[in-house]
Design a binder for this molecule. Structure first.
Ligand SMILES: Nc1ncnc2c1ncn2[C@@H]1O[C@H](COP(=O)(O)OP(=O)(O)OP(=O)(O)O)[C@@H](O)[C@H]1O
Ligand SMILES: [Mg+2]
Length: 292
Protein backbone atom coordinates (compact mmCIF):
# COMPACT_ATOMS: atom_id res chain seq x y z
CA UNK A 1 0.00 0.00 0.00
CA UNK A 2 2.75 2.40 1.04
CA UNK A 3 4.74 1.56 -2.08
CA UNK A 4 1.74 2.17 -4.28
CA UNK A 5 1.08 5.54 -2.65
CA UNK A 6 4.68 6.60 -3.17
CA UNK A 7 4.57 5.53 -6.83
CA UNK A 8 1.24 7.25 -7.40
CA UNK A 9 2.67 10.46 -5.96
CA UNK A 10 5.54 10.33 -8.43
CA UNK A 11 3.20 9.66 -11.33
CA UNK A 12 0.91 12.56 -10.42
CA UNK A 13 3.90 14.86 -10.01
CA UNK A 14 4.94 14.00 -13.53
CA UNK A 15 1.45 14.42 -14.93
CA UNK A 16 1.12 17.81 -13.22
CA UNK A 17 4.44 19.12 -14.50
CA UNK A 18 4.01 22.34 -16.43
CA UNK A 19 5.83 21.99 -19.74
CA UNK A 20 8.42 24.68 -20.44
CA UNK A 21 7.50 24.75 -24.10
CA UNK A 22 3.90 25.89 -24.53
CA UNK A 23 1.69 27.46 -27.15
CA UNK A 24 1.75 31.24 -27.15
CA UNK A 25 -1.51 32.96 -26.23
CA UNK A 26 -2.08 33.88 -29.88
CA UNK A 27 -1.19 31.43 -32.60
CA UNK A 28 -1.43 31.41 -36.36
CA UNK A 29 -3.34 28.57 -38.02
CA UNK A 30 -1.05 26.61 -40.32
CA UNK A 31 -2.14 23.71 -42.44
CA UNK A 32 1.28 22.68 -43.68
CA UNK A 33 4.95 22.64 -42.73
CA UNK A 34 5.99 22.15 -46.33
CA UNK A 35 8.16 24.96 -47.65
CA UNK A 36 11.53 26.43 -46.81
CA UNK A 37 13.08 26.24 -43.36
CA UNK A 38 15.32 28.96 -42.05
CA UNK A 39 17.45 29.28 -38.93
CA UNK A 40 18.37 32.87 -38.17
CA UNK A 41 21.02 33.59 -35.57
CA UNK A 42 19.76 30.73 -33.38
CA UNK A 43 21.33 30.42 -29.94
CA UNK A 44 20.49 27.89 -27.30
CA UNK A 45 21.51 26.54 -23.92
CA UNK A 46 19.96 23.88 -21.75
CA UNK A 47 19.19 24.70 -18.09
CA UNK A 48 22.91 24.89 -17.44
CA UNK A 49 24.62 28.13 -18.40
CA UNK A 50 26.85 26.62 -21.06
CA UNK A 51 25.87 27.86 -24.51
CA UNK A 52 25.34 24.79 -26.69
CA UNK A 53 24.23 26.38 -29.98
CA UNK A 54 25.99 29.59 -30.82
CA UNK A 55 24.48 31.52 -33.68
CA UNK A 56 23.22 29.21 -36.41
CA UNK A 57 22.27 30.61 -39.80
CA UNK A 58 21.12 28.34 -42.59
CA UNK A 59 18.41 27.86 -45.11
CA UNK A 60 16.88 24.63 -46.41
CA UNK A 61 14.67 24.52 -49.48
CA UNK A 62 11.55 22.38 -49.64
CA UNK A 63 12.42 18.77 -50.47
CA UNK A 64 16.11 18.99 -49.65
CA UNK A 65 17.94 16.37 -47.67
CA UNK A 66 20.26 17.79 -45.05
CA UNK A 67 22.99 15.76 -43.37
CA UNK A 68 24.24 16.96 -40.00
CA UNK A 69 27.73 15.70 -39.27
CA UNK A 70 30.45 16.46 -36.77
CA UNK A 71 32.15 15.32 -33.59
CA UNK A 72 30.22 14.04 -30.58
CA UNK A 73 28.79 16.74 -28.32
CA UNK A 74 28.85 19.26 -31.16
CA UNK A 75 25.11 19.96 -30.99
CA UNK A 76 23.52 17.85 -33.75
CA UNK A 77 20.78 16.33 -31.59
CA UNK A 78 20.16 19.72 -30.02
CA UNK A 79 19.52 21.24 -33.45
CA UNK A 80 16.96 18.54 -34.16
CA UNK A 81 15.37 19.13 -30.73
CA UNK A 82 15.03 22.80 -31.59
CA UNK A 83 13.64 22.05 -35.02
CA UNK A 84 10.89 19.88 -33.48
CA UNK A 85 10.33 22.57 -30.87
CA UNK A 86 11.03 20.20 -28.01
CA UNK A 87 13.09 23.18 -26.91
CA UNK A 88 12.93 26.76 -28.13
CA UNK A 89 15.85 29.01 -29.08
CA UNK A 90 17.05 31.33 -26.31
CA UNK A 91 17.85 33.86 -29.03
CA UNK A 92 17.19 34.03 -32.76
CA UNK A 93 14.36 32.58 -34.84
CA UNK A 94 13.38 29.44 -36.68
CA UNK A 95 11.07 29.96 -39.65
CA UNK A 96 8.84 27.46 -41.42
CA UNK A 97 7.77 28.98 -44.68
CA UNK A 98 8.66 32.48 -43.42
CA UNK A 99 6.49 32.07 -40.31
CA UNK A 100 8.24 32.25 -36.94
CA UNK A 101 7.55 28.82 -35.50
CA UNK A 102 6.81 30.30 -32.06
CA UNK A 103 3.66 31.76 -33.63
CA UNK A 104 2.50 28.31 -34.70
CA UNK A 105 0.72 25.69 -32.61
CA UNK A 106 2.93 22.97 -31.14
CA UNK A 107 0.51 20.30 -32.36
CA UNK A 108 0.61 21.74 -35.88
CA UNK A 109 4.37 21.40 -35.90
CA UNK A 110 4.91 18.16 -34.04
CA UNK A 111 2.12 16.17 -35.67
CA UNK A 112 3.71 16.82 -39.07
CA UNK A 113 7.21 15.68 -38.22
CA UNK A 114 8.27 12.03 -38.42
CA UNK A 115 11.25 11.03 -36.32
CA UNK A 116 13.31 7.88 -36.27
CA UNK A 117 15.65 7.89 -33.30
CA UNK A 118 19.10 6.41 -32.90
CA UNK A 119 17.72 3.96 -30.38
CA UNK A 120 14.07 3.83 -31.40
CA UNK A 121 11.54 3.43 -28.68
CA UNK A 122 8.94 0.71 -28.93
CA UNK A 123 6.16 0.18 -26.45
CA UNK A 124 5.33 -3.21 -25.04
CA UNK A 125 2.62 -4.72 -27.16
CA UNK A 126 2.48 -6.26 -30.60
CA UNK A 127 4.38 -5.26 -33.73
CA UNK A 128 1.10 -4.14 -35.25
CA UNK A 129 0.26 -1.87 -32.32
CA UNK A 130 3.69 -0.34 -32.45
CA UNK A 131 3.39 0.58 -36.10
CA UNK A 132 -0.13 1.88 -35.51
CA UNK A 133 1.18 4.64 -33.24
CA UNK A 134 2.05 6.43 -36.50
CA UNK A 135 -1.64 6.79 -37.31
CA UNK A 136 -4.11 5.61 -34.72
CA UNK A 137 -7.01 5.01 -37.09
CA UNK A 138 -4.95 3.05 -39.64
CA UNK A 139 -6.44 -0.16 -40.99
CA UNK A 140 -4.52 -3.43 -40.79
CA UNK A 141 -3.93 -3.19 -44.51
CA UNK A 142 -2.40 0.26 -44.22
CA UNK A 143 -0.12 -1.02 -41.48
CA UNK A 144 1.10 -3.91 -43.59
CA UNK A 145 1.54 -1.65 -46.57
CA UNK A 146 3.73 0.69 -44.50
CA UNK A 147 5.74 -2.27 -43.20
CA UNK A 148 6.31 -3.45 -46.74
CA UNK A 149 7.52 -0.04 -47.85
CA UNK A 150 9.81 0.10 -44.84
CA UNK A 151 11.24 -3.33 -45.65
CA UNK A 152 10.01 -4.73 -42.33
CA UNK A 153 7.31 -7.05 -43.63
CA UNK A 154 9.59 -9.99 -44.37
CA UNK A 155 11.13 -10.30 -40.94
CA UNK A 156 7.77 -9.69 -39.28
CA UNK A 157 6.28 -12.60 -41.23
CA UNK A 158 9.06 -14.82 -39.91
CA UNK A 159 7.84 -14.29 -36.36
CA UNK A 160 5.74 -17.11 -35.06
CA UNK A 161 2.79 -14.78 -34.56
CA UNK A 162 3.60 -12.37 -37.36
CA UNK A 163 2.17 -8.93 -36.76
CA UNK A 164 0.73 -10.06 -33.44
CA UNK A 165 4.18 -10.91 -32.09
CA UNK A 166 4.89 -9.27 -28.73
CA UNK A 167 7.93 -6.97 -28.90
CA UNK A 168 8.64 -7.13 -25.17
CA UNK A 169 9.22 -4.35 -22.69
CA UNK A 170 10.52 -1.37 -24.69
CA UNK A 171 10.96 -3.69 -27.66
CA UNK A 172 13.73 -5.65 -25.98
CA UNK A 173 12.83 -8.86 -27.80
CA UNK A 174 13.89 -7.28 -31.11
CA UNK A 175 17.28 -6.32 -32.50
CA UNK A 176 18.27 -2.67 -32.98
CA UNK A 177 17.92 -3.02 -36.74
CA UNK A 178 14.43 -4.51 -36.41
CA UNK A 179 13.38 -1.73 -34.06
CA UNK A 180 14.58 0.85 -36.55
CA UNK A 181 12.67 -0.80 -39.37
CA UNK A 182 9.51 -0.81 -37.28
CA UNK A 183 9.91 2.84 -36.42
CA UNK A 184 10.50 3.60 -40.09
CA UNK A 185 7.23 1.79 -40.88
CA UNK A 186 5.54 3.85 -38.18
CA UNK A 187 6.89 7.05 -39.72
CA UNK A 188 5.82 5.99 -43.23
CA UNK A 189 2.31 5.34 -41.95
CA UNK A 190 2.16 8.82 -40.44
CA UNK A 191 3.09 10.45 -43.76
CA UNK A 192 4.98 13.31 -42.16
CA UNK A 193 5.83 16.51 -44.00
CA UNK A 194 9.25 16.69 -42.44
CA UNK A 195 11.36 13.66 -41.74
CA UNK A 196 14.14 13.47 -39.18
CA UNK A 197 16.45 10.57 -38.62
CA UNK A 198 19.21 10.04 -36.12
CA UNK A 199 21.17 7.27 -37.78
CA UNK A 200 22.17 4.38 -35.54
CA UNK A 201 25.84 4.25 -34.75
CA UNK A 202 25.71 0.66 -33.63
CA UNK A 203 26.37 -1.72 -36.46
CA UNK A 204 23.53 -3.62 -38.03
CA UNK A 205 24.10 -6.39 -40.57
CA UNK A 206 24.52 -5.41 -44.20
CA UNK A 207 21.13 -6.70 -45.29
CA UNK A 208 19.29 -4.79 -42.56
CA UNK A 209 21.35 -1.73 -43.36
CA UNK A 210 20.30 -1.93 -46.99
CA UNK A 211 16.66 -2.26 -45.90
CA UNK A 212 16.94 0.74 -43.59
CA UNK A 213 18.56 2.69 -46.40
CA UNK A 214 15.64 1.84 -48.69
CA UNK A 215 13.07 2.70 -46.05
CA UNK A 216 14.76 6.05 -45.55
CA UNK A 217 14.74 6.69 -49.27
CA UNK A 218 11.03 6.06 -49.32
CA UNK A 219 10.50 8.52 -46.48
CA UNK A 220 12.70 11.21 -47.98
CA UNK A 221 10.94 11.18 -51.34
CA UNK A 222 9.53 14.63 -51.94
CA UNK A 223 9.91 15.79 -48.36
CA UNK A 224 12.44 17.84 -46.53
CA UNK A 225 14.62 15.69 -44.32
CA UNK A 226 17.31 16.10 -41.70
CA UNK A 227 19.57 13.15 -41.06
CA UNK A 228 22.16 13.03 -38.32
CA UNK A 229 24.36 10.89 -40.45
CA UNK A 230 27.16 8.55 -39.56
CA UNK A 231 27.36 6.50 -42.70
CA UNK A 232 29.24 7.80 -45.66
CA UNK A 233 26.67 6.37 -48.05
CA UNK A 234 23.99 8.56 -46.45
CA UNK A 235 26.11 11.69 -46.21
CA UNK A 236 27.20 11.57 -49.82
CA UNK A 237 23.61 11.68 -51.04
CA UNK A 238 22.69 14.80 -49.08
CA UNK A 239 21.84 18.00 -50.91
CA UNK A 240 23.45 19.90 -48.11
CA UNK A 241 26.00 18.75 -45.56
CA UNK A 242 26.28 20.86 -42.44
CA UNK A 243 29.38 20.30 -40.33
CA UNK A 244 28.59 21.16 -36.71
CA UNK A 245 31.30 21.57 -34.14
CA UNK A 246 31.10 23.31 -30.80
CA UNK A 247 27.58 24.59 -31.53
CA UNK A 248 28.58 26.36 -34.70
CA UNK A 249 28.50 25.68 -38.40
CA UNK A 250 32.03 24.99 -39.51
CA UNK A 251 31.27 24.19 -43.12
CA UNK A 252 28.27 23.75 -45.36
CA UNK A 253 27.97 22.40 -48.89
CA UNK A 254 27.73 19.26 -50.98
CA UNK A 255 30.11 16.34 -50.58
CA UNK A 256 32.03 17.42 -53.65
CA UNK A 257 32.34 21.04 -52.62
CA UNK A 258 33.51 20.17 -49.14
CA UNK A 259 36.03 17.63 -50.37
CA UNK A 260 37.48 20.20 -52.74
CA UNK A 261 37.73 22.67 -49.90
CA UNK A 262 40.04 20.30 -47.98
CA UNK A 263 38.87 21.63 -44.60
CA UNK A 264 37.08 20.08 -41.62
CA UNK A 265 34.84 17.79 -43.62
CA UNK A 266 37.74 16.60 -45.70
CA UNK A 267 39.63 15.72 -42.52
CA UNK A 268 36.62 14.03 -41.00
CA UNK A 269 36.09 12.16 -44.23
CA UNK A 270 39.65 10.97 -44.63
CA UNK A 271 40.03 10.09 -40.96
CA UNK A 272 36.70 8.56 -40.05
CA UNK A 273 35.55 7.11 -43.31
CA UNK A 274 38.77 5.59 -44.50
CA UNK A 275 38.05 2.68 -42.17
CA UNK A 276 34.57 2.31 -43.56
CA UNK A 277 35.90 2.29 -47.12
CA UNK A 278 38.65 -0.14 -46.20
CA UNK A 279 36.12 -2.46 -44.61
CA UNK A 280 34.06 -2.39 -47.77
CA UNK A 281 37.16 -3.01 -49.83
CA UNK A 282 38.05 -6.00 -47.64
CA UNK A 283 34.64 -7.54 -48.19
CA UNK A 284 35.03 -6.93 -51.91
CA UNK A 285 38.48 -8.49 -52.15
CA UNK A 286 37.40 -11.45 -50.04
CA UNK A 287 34.51 -12.05 -52.39
CA UNK A 288 36.85 -11.74 -55.37
CA UNK A 289 39.31 -14.20 -53.86
CA UNK A 290 36.54 -16.63 -53.06
CA UNK A 291 35.30 -16.45 -56.63
CA UNK A 292 38.67 -17.06 -58.30
N1 LIG B 1 19.39 17.71 -21.81
C1 LIG B 1 20.58 18.32 -21.74
N2 LIG B 1 20.89 19.10 -20.68
C2 LIG B 1 22.08 19.76 -20.61
N3 LIG B 1 23.06 19.65 -21.53
C3 LIG B 1 22.83 18.88 -22.60
C4 LIG B 1 21.58 18.18 -22.77
N4 LIG B 1 21.63 17.48 -23.93
C5 LIG B 1 22.85 17.75 -24.47
N5 LIG B 1 23.56 18.60 -23.68
C6 LIG B 1 24.91 19.14 -23.98
O1 LIG B 1 24.82 19.86 -25.19
C7 LIG B 1 25.96 19.65 -26.01
C8 LIG B 1 25.52 19.17 -27.39
O2 LIG B 1 24.93 17.89 -27.26
P1 LIG B 1 24.21 17.12 -28.45
O3 LIG B 1 23.55 15.96 -27.86
O4 LIG B 1 23.40 18.08 -29.23
O5 LIG B 1 25.48 16.67 -29.32
P2 LIG B 1 25.54 15.72 -30.60
O6 LIG B 1 26.25 16.50 -31.66
O7 LIG B 1 24.19 15.21 -30.91
O8 LIG B 1 26.50 14.53 -30.10
P3 LIG B 1 26.47 12.95 -30.50
O9 LIG B 1 27.17 12.86 -31.83
O10 LIG B 1 27.27 12.33 -29.41
O11 LIG B 1 25.06 12.49 -30.52
C9 LIG B 1 26.84 18.68 -25.26
O12 LIG B 1 27.86 19.41 -24.61
C10 LIG B 1 25.92 18.05 -24.25
O13 LIG B 1 26.61 17.73 -23.08
MG1 LIG C 1 23.32 13.23 -30.83
Amino acid sequence: MQNAVASAERIFNLVDTEPIVKNRSRTIETDTLAGDIRFENVHFQYETDDPVIKGLDFHVSQGEMVALVGPTGGGKTTIVNLLCRFYEPTQGTIYFNNVDYLDMKLEDIQSRIGIVLQTPHLFSGSVRENIRYGKLDATDQEIEQAAKLAGAHDFIMQFEKGYEQDVGEGGNLLSVGQKQLISIARAILAEPELFIMDEATSSVDTLTEALIQRGMDRLMEGRTSFVIAHRLSTIKRADKIIVIEDGQIQEMGTHKELINKQGKYYNLYTRQFRQELEAQYDVFTQAETARS
